[in-house]
Design a protein around this ligand. Structure first.
Ligand code: HEC
Length: 200
């Protein structure tokens, strides 16, 4: 089971087209699934872009503490506003800051696969595939799920890194007393965009 999903992740990312033969379940409408993968990638990038630009604005005007507050205020409304036409978009991680972002079982499995794929490509001195993503399609219900890995970047270090400044940590803990999302190294898996399409 795990191996099969891993293959989907790899297959999806190493080839430009979608390896539709790997789709779980029988007889999916190939072109429809392919279209969903493309749409999911667009939605995931839109969410990432919207969050980053809000974060950047807040940090430019008020520093890191303002960035934390902005994330706290804006992340959920942004994800809600981008959840339209049957799509639900969001973020998740193995270690979360906001408990509402905690992964379900399928998401947890995919996150573990992304993490091990990143680890292995690093050990081999190779670049990870971009985008690193995976999906599953249920041909009975028509439900389509998709995830795209998010790596820890340089700008993320101040709030999710190994050494978070005490004043920033204080602000984080004020809003997220159960924060687990620090201690990430550069390039490590930070989390993933997670999307679900349910037919309407
Ligand atoms: C100014 C501080 C700050 C910076 C910089 C920052 N984040 Fe966050 N991040 C937060 C806060 C606050 C949350 C919780 C948002 C919420 O309530 O959903 C969060 C949540 C997340 C989540 C959702 C999962 C979770 O832990 O709840 C991911 C994924 C994430 N950040 C990735 C990143 C990445 C990747 C970067 C760098 C591009 C980054 N963050 C930069 C503060 C920050």
């Amino acid at each position: 089971m795990k191996k099969r999903i891993f293959l989907i992740a790899l297959g999806l990312t190493v080839s430009a087209g979608c390896p539709l033969a790997n789709v779980q379940n029988n007889e999916p409408a190939d072109s429809e699934v392919h279209a969903k993968v493309k749409q999911a990638r667009v939605h995931a990038k839109a969410l990432g872009g919207a969050l980053k630009s809000r974060l950047k604005q807040a940090m430019q005007s008020g520093g890191l503490e303002a960035g934390v507050q902005e994330c706290q205020l804006a992340a959920e409304p942004i994800t809600e506003s981008l959840s339209q036409n049957g799509w639900e978009v969001g973020r998740t991680a193995l270690k979360v800051r906001n408990p509402n972002n905690a992964p379900d079982e399928w998401e947890r499995e995919q996150l573990a696969l992304f993490a091990s794929l990143l680890e292995r490509t690093k050990l081999k001195g190779k670049q990870p595939p971009t985008p690193m993503d995976t999906y599953k399609y249920d041909s009975n219900s028509g439900e389509f799920r998709y995830m795209m890995a998010i790596q820890q970047g340089q700008v993320c270090m101040a709030c999710h890194g190994v050494q978070v400044a005490p004043s920033v940590e204080e602000t984080i803990l004020k809003y997220y007393p159960k924060d687990e999302a620090t201690g990430f190294e550069l390039g490590e898996l930070r989390g993933a965009f997670t999307l679900t399409y349910s037919p309407q």
